[in-house]
Each structure stands twice: as structure tokens, then as C-alpha cells.
Design a protein around this ligand. Structure first.
Ligand code: ARG
Length: 572
């Protein structure tokens, strides 16, 4: 159980003992060291509801509050805050457990079957900057949820279906016949442009493309095989990016839009039988009273176009139906640009009405903002095109390489390259993950690659410093007692026990930036501890104890960065 949960349960019990049932204990980590380690702020709210004096109520609660073996001091502050100072012996015991456990003593959650759907690119085009945030955030959520014990399914809901695939396949066949396929397919954007040009300029080509679409949709084996070849090629482009970016996604995680194609008529029929469909301007729609426009008219969620075609929305209904009925998910996180927020709200509402989604299934849109250029508009290249991911990743590594070479020109080339990979990619990921995912942010190479402040290079460097202390120590007893004396020691020690709290918070709200702030505070507290408390120069029990604090700091930074998909190096 997390410390926060533990304290919460005790405070709730104390509140109940003085007659306050069902109150929110509002446990937080203390905002300042002088307020202890945790604060219970719920008494004020409870007193207000009961119309009683908060300070008096806080005194009654504290009298009943049993934190024996957990806290060494409990104080009341201000109008009725309860400040809780953890018992150093309790902290030391938690640290010992963490040190000797691969999972750092972190408890497992009641396991849920969780899908994280992310990346979900459209296969007709090259991956661009718009795919960066979702990839990075989704991957971190996969790692954190798996680490705390959930059964996590990664899902790449790629756009691999639709009329443009007829055109693309036709162009693939054509360029193969001309012996140019390999060259043509090197860059999907160029390939797409050429296909489009052929389609617009040559009626015979356009007819062939249309014929392919019809044959594709009717399941013609020959055209299906060609389409599959194109999908495979396009996925190979994605995989190259995923590997470079260090994402966990593989071909096994792909279940594209085409997968649901056969289900679409079936589910539309299901909606019809439930009386949910209305014909509106020739289309089949579900009217949603929950989403009214200014005129008070309900929104129309279109599931079938005039003429019978299906839409993005229909496929998403198919996916939900599959994910609950076949996969039996408890939770599904759709990591997708916030601009699709209305689509997801209407999707979930429609799916609930149709019974595709049970009341307790946690299906959530994990929206994210946009990466902006210095002008505050979505980042573009100088010529106004969207920034290709492959170029962006290469630039990150090149910039990191220049930095490392500048700092350590004497270092062997291979080593500098290795550091540049870790730092460049790490910086890019961390810059994204450390911001609240809901907001837009301005892309800034210098800020993200800085060795100071809340950045990946700072944390990666902090990790190497810890490792260097441990290497120099050579002999230390990993089983020695942990003694917490100095204030800087206690602050670091308490922070190290809070890793579990943070991971559960991150998983709960799907907000990786809390993990970043946490790791940054651990690194900062370590550096204060390092200045205030000599490690290698101390002796006996104190030396062994401080080395263990250092070892756990290293382990926490490495694991925490790992959960963000960022690699550490032993030296840099
Ligand atoms: N392929 C879509 C796009 O590029 C994103 C898919 C998001 N996932 C979903 N289940 N709708 O916009």
C-alpha cells in the first residue's frame, strides 16, 4: 500500500471515530519541510459541513489518530491542517525493502486489463511531428501501468483502410513494373504525392485505382495481397521510427481500422434494432441529447453516410465493441490529440447507449496538446511543411553529439555516439513528458538539451554522479542499517519512499509529468544531501547508510527514467 493510502485510511478511521463518516481526508505530501512529510487537509471541509470549529475537530481527530510505527510527530497547524512527520525508523524500513527488491518494494495494483492505444498513424503518409507526443506519452503509460502490475495491451490502431489505398496500391504496382518501387517508396510523402498526381492526371490510372478500391472492399484476394504489401512497407517506416525513439510498439501491437471492416454492417444493424438510428439527410445517425448546439438541437453522430459508406466513427464503435466483448478490457486509454476530444466524448456516449460499453468500463480519451514553434503556431519546417519525425530524431541526436563532443572532445567517438543517442532521444522525450499533457508547448532545442533544470540531460548526469560515488566507495555493506540523522538525509530518504505514491498517481490520471517532477526533486535532494552530508569521507555505520541512500537514489532515477522510456548511462 502506498504511504499516502496508508495515512489516508488511518485519518479516515480517526474521523469516523469522532463521528465524521465519509469525509475526504485530503492527504497530500507536505508542501514545505517544516510542515512535516504529509498533510491531512480534510478536517476543514468536514468541520464546515458539520458547522463546528475546525481546530477543535482537528484536536479530536488527532487524539484518535493511530499512526504508531508510521509517524513520530503529529501537529495541528493553522485553522486545522494536520501535519504528519514520518518516523525515521519507518522510513528506513521502507528504504531497506526498496533497496533489496528489483521492483523497489512497490506494491502491485489490483490488476486490471488495460489497453493503451497510441501512435495510431495513418499508413498512407510518413510519420510527422504530430505523432511524437502520442507515441511518447502512450509508451510511458504502458510502462508505468505494467510496472504496477496491470495486464497491459499495447494497441496501434493504424489507419490502413479507405479509398486512398486503391490509388496507393495502383501506384505501387505501376512503379514496380517500371522497376522504381524501391526508390519511390523510400519516402511515403513523395510516394503519396506522385500517386495523387497520377490519379489527377491520368484517367486510366484513376479507373484502375477505383477498381482496386471496389475489389479491396469486396475482399478480392489479389488486391488484398497487394494492399497487404503496401501496409507492410508502410509499417516498416513506422517501425524504424519506433526503434529510433525507443518505443515498445511492434507489429504484434497493430490492429488497424481494416480489422473492424466486416463488423461495421453488423454493428449498424445492432444500433438500428435498438432503435438508436435515425435517417438524417440520407445518412444514418445517432442523435445525442447530451451534446446540444446553441439552438438546442442534439448532435448527430453519423455512423453511415448517404450511399452506405462507413466512417472513422463507425470503425471506432467497432473497436469498442471488440475491446469489451472479445478482449474484456477493464480500462482503455486512447492517447490521441486533444483536438479529437468531441469525437471521443460522443463515441463513448454512443457506445454506452448501445451497450457496447458497460457502466464500469473505464474508457478514456487521454488527450494531448500540440507542439508549437517559436511563433506560437504548430511547428512546421521553414518551407511550411510538417516536420518529419525521422528528421527531428536525427537532429536531436546530432545536436546531442555536438554538445557531448564539445564537453568531452577526448572521449572515443563510439562512446560519444552512444551518449548522444541516449541524451538526444531522452531530451526530446523528457521535454514532452515533463509538461502537462493537456497543454500545448513551444519546442525549444536549447532548453531540452540543457544540463541544468528539469531536463533529461540533468537527470542522466545526476545518475552518473551517483554511480561514480558508488564506484569509488568499492566496499560498502548493502545490508547495513539505514540511519537518518541530518535534515538533508531525511528529506532525501522520505522522497525515496514516495516513488510508489507517484507511480500510482501517474497511472490513475495518466499524467507522466508527475513522475518527471518527482525524479527532478529526487535528483535535487540528492545533490543537497551530497553537499551537506559527506559520503565517502564519513565512517562506519553512517558511511554505509549514506551509500545505501545513494544506491537507492541511483536505482530510483534509473527505474523512473526507464518508465518514461529514457535510458541512463553509467558514465558520461
Ligand atoms: N489515425 C487517426 C489519426 O491519425 C488516429 C486514430 C486514433 N484512435 C482512434 N481509436 N480513433 O487521426
Amino acid at each position: 500500500m502506498t504511504i499516502q493510502q496508508l495515512i489516508n485510511d488511518r485519518v479516515v478511521a480517526a474521523l469516523a471515530a469522532v463521528g465524521v463518516e465519509g469525509a475526504n481526508a485530503a492527504i497530500q505530501t507536505a508542501s514545505k519541510p517544516e510542515f512535516g512529510d504529509y498533510q491531512a487537509n480534510g478536517v476543514m471541509g468536514a468541520a464546515k459541513a458539520l458547522k463546528t470549529n475546525p481546530r477543535a475537530l482537528a484536536e479530536q481527530v488527532v487524539a484518535k489518530l493511530d499512526l504508531a510505527g508510521i509517524a513520530s510527530k503529529i501537529e495541528i497547524a493553522g485553522p486545522g491542517f494536520i501535519n504528519i512527520h514520518l518516523d525515521p525508523a519507518f522510513v528506513a524500513a521502507r528504504l531497506q525493502t526498496a533497496l533489496h527488491d528489483d521492483a523497489l518494494g512497490i506494491a502491485k495494483a489490483a490488476p486490471q486489463k488495460v489497453m493503451v492505444e497510441y501512435s495510431s498513424v495513418n499508413l498512407a503518409k510518413e510519420m510527422h511531428i504530430g505523432h511524437l507526443r502520442g507515441g511518447i506519452i502512450g509508451d510511458a503509460l504502458v510502462r508505468v501501468n505494467s510496472f504496477i502490475g496491470h495486464d497491459v495491451i499495447r494497441q496501434n490502431h493504424v489507419g490502413d483502410w479507405g479509398t486512398q489505398f486503391g490509388m496507393l496500391v495502383a501506384h505501387m504496382v505501376e512503379s514496380r513494373a517500371a522497376g522504381e518501387a524501391e526508390l519511390e517508396l523510400k519516402d511515403l510523402d513523395v510516394f503519396y504525392k506522385h500517386s495523387k498526381k497520377r490519379f489527377d492526371e491520368d484517367p486510366a490510372f484513376a479507373d484502375l485505382a477505383r477498381d482496386y478500391v471496389v475489389r479491396l472492399q469486396s475482399g478480392d484476394a489479389e488486391v488484398l495481397a497487394l494492399w497487404q504489401q503496401f501496409v507492410k512497407l508502410s509499417l516498416a517506416h513506422c517501425n524504424a521510427i519506433y526503434r529510433k525513439l525507443g518505443l515498445l510498439l511492434t507489429d504484434d501491437d497493430v490492429r488497424g481500422e481494416s480489422f473492424y471492416n466486416d463488423d461495421l454492417p453488423v454493428l449498424v444493424e445492432e444500433l438500428r434494432q435498438q432503435g438508436l438510428l435515425t435517417e438524417s439527410q440520407g445518412a444514418q445517425v445517432v442523435f445525442l441529447d447530451e451534446f446540444k448546439n446553441k439552438e438546442g438541437e442534439p448532435a448527430a453522430y453519423i455512423v453511415q453516410k448517404q450511399g452506405g459508406g462507413y466512417l472513422y466513427a463507425t470503425t471506432d464503435l467497432g473497436a469498442i465493441r471488440f475491446r469489451t466483448r472479445v478482449l474484456g478490457l477493464d480500462r482503455c486509454l486512447y492517447v490521441v490529440d486533444s483536438r479529437q476530444s468531441l469525437h471521443f466524448q460522443q463515441l463513448f456516449t454512443t457506445a454506452r447507449k448501445a451497450g457496447f460499453l458497460s457502466a464500469d468500463a473505464q474508457f478514456e480519451h487521454i488527450g494531448h496538446g500540440t507542439i508549437m514553434g517559436p511563433d506560437g503556431k504548430p511547428l512546421k519546417t521553414r518551407s511550411g511543411d510538417s516536420v518529419k519525425l525521422v528528421d527531428l530524431l536525427n537532429e536531436a541526436v546530432e545536436r546531442a553529439y555536438a554538445l557531448v563532443s564539445d564537453k568531452s572532445p577526448e572521449m572515443a567517438e563510439g562512446e560519444r555516439r552512444q551518449i548522444a543517442e541516449a541524451v538526444g532521444i531522452g531530451a526530446l522525450k523528457y521535454a514532452d513528458l515533463s509538461k502537462s499533457r493537456n497543454t500545448d508547448y513551444i519546442f525549444d532545442w536549447d532548453a531540452m538539451l540543457s544540463f541544468e533544470g528539469n531536463t533529461a540531460p540533468y537527470l542522466q548526469y545526476a545518475y552518473t554522479r551517483v554511480q561514480s560515488v558508488l564506484r569509488k566507495a568499492e566496499d560498502y555493506n548493502p545490508a547495513a542499517a539505514i540511519v537518518i540523522g541530518e535534515a538533508a538525509e531525511k528529506q532525501l530518504a522520505v522522497a525515496l519512499t514516495q516513488f510508489e505514491d507517484v507511480l500510482f498517481t501517474v497511472a490513475d490520471g495518466s499524467q507522466p509529468h508527475h513522475l518527471c517532477s518527482y525524479l527532478y526533486s529526487v535528483a535535487t535532494l540528492f545533490s543537497r544531501f551530497y553537499e551537506a552530508c559527506p559520503i565517502l569521507k564519513s565512517e562506519g555505520e553512517v558511511r554505509h547508510s549514506r551509500l545505501q541512500l545513494a544506491a537507492l537514489t541511483g536505482k530510483t532515477l534509473k527505474t523512473g527514467l526507464g518508465l518514461l522510456g529514457i535510458t541512463v548511462l553509467e558514465a558520461m
